[in-house]
Design a protein around this ligand. Structure first.
Ligand code: MLT
Length: 321
């Protein structure tokens, strides 16, 4: 009996110790696009707050290329110890699976951690473009369709999917210009080197406010509190143009459950913090409902989004760049 007690005590100590020690060093968030873009910005906002909860710093590593599929591969191959996590979204963790021949399985090789805030897309153009309304923009794009350019973060990225969706609703032709993220794309839009981006609202918000670019419509059924002057696609004359770009955190398959739980708890605390919520809302980002913030809820959502989008993406014939 004494031996049994000793065994139980040592097991409890070991488990307790393991649970206590995570995290005992900084945690890397692999972000699939260039610094300064919407993915990078959201990952940093979340990491800043999660650091306070977990007592370890979060280091953002921007791994770009192939619309984020290289970054996800890096995360999948990392040690499943809770110290490397994968930031991504509808493009990187869903659409890419229908566009690229990936050396990993987006469902089987990743553990869901938490669904993060989402935002609608916004149609924006360089200021030099003569259009003032969405209808005028669509007319201009049609009249210039052999040279009109749209910036994206690569074939399969959110900005690219949104452009393809716009084309499917309008019959427009667009020349896509791929960047390593929509931060560099936005720089070129402000500079007038490209004509439009169908961008995440959070990415374009600052330039819209400062007058660096022009906004025409958002892909939502309600206006953004952060930018109530921008009409919805319905109001602007393009009914049905609805798209929400959601984000999430995953870990490599095999990451210990207690690490997943600690990461989830810290992310939930960040999204519950009023100061973080204000920062997110000012960018046009919306926190998911609390019941959507469990690891299981992201798992169910991820599978449903793959089932929904793969046929659409395959039918659109989107090819890797
Ligand atoms: C995209 O999908 O367009 C990316 O999120 C852009 C980015 O984060 O830089």
């Amino acid at each position: 009996m004494r031996l049994l007690f000793a065994l139980i005590a040592s097991l409890a100590a070991a488990t307790g110790a393991a649970a206590q020690t995570y995290p005992n060093k900084s945690i890397t968030i692999i972000v699939p696009f260039a610094a300064g873009g919407p993915s990078d910005a959201l990952a940093r906002i979340m990491g800043e707050h999660m650091k306070g909860t977990l007592g370890q710093s979060f280091v953002v590593e921007n791994v770009t290329g192939a619309a984020g599929s290289i970054a996800v591969g890096r995360a999948v191959r990392s040690a499943p110890d809770g110290y490397t996590i994968s930031f991504g979204h509808l493009g990187t963790h869903v659409a890419n699976g229908a566009i690229y021949t990936l050396p990993y399985d987006l469902l089987a090789d990743l553990e869901p951690v938490v669904l993060l805030p989402s935002n609608p897309m916004v149609v924006v153009s360089k200021n030099a473009l003569p259009a003032k309304t969405l209808k005028e923009l669509l007319a201009w794009l049609k009249a210039n369709q052999d040279k009109a350019t749209a910036g994206t973060a690569g074939a399969g990225s959110g900005s690219h999917l949104a452009g393809v969706y716009l084309q499917s609703l309008t019959g427009l032709k667009l020349q896509y210009v791929p960047y390593r993220g929509t931060a560099p794309a936005l720089t070129d839009l402000v500079g007038g080197q490209i004509d439009i981006i169908v961008d995440q609202a959070s990415n374009s918000m600052q330039q819209i406010r400062s007058g660096g670019i022009r906004a025409y419509a958002i892909t939502d059924t309600k206006r953004l509190k952060a930018a109530p002057e921008i009409p919805t696609a319905e109001e602007a004359g393009l009914p049905g143009f609805h798209m929400t770009l959601w984000n999430g955190l995953w870990a490599p398959k095999g990451t210990p459950k207690d690490a997943i739980a600690r990461l989830n708890t810290a992310a939930v605390a960040a999204m519950a913090d009023p100061a973080v919520q204000k920062r997110l809302n000012d960018l046009g980002l919306e926190v998911p409902a609390r019941e959507q913030q469990t690891p299981q809820a992201l798992g169910v959502w991820h599978k449903a989004e793959i089932d929904k989008w793969w046929p659409i993406v395959k039918k659109a014939g989107i090819k890797p760049e």
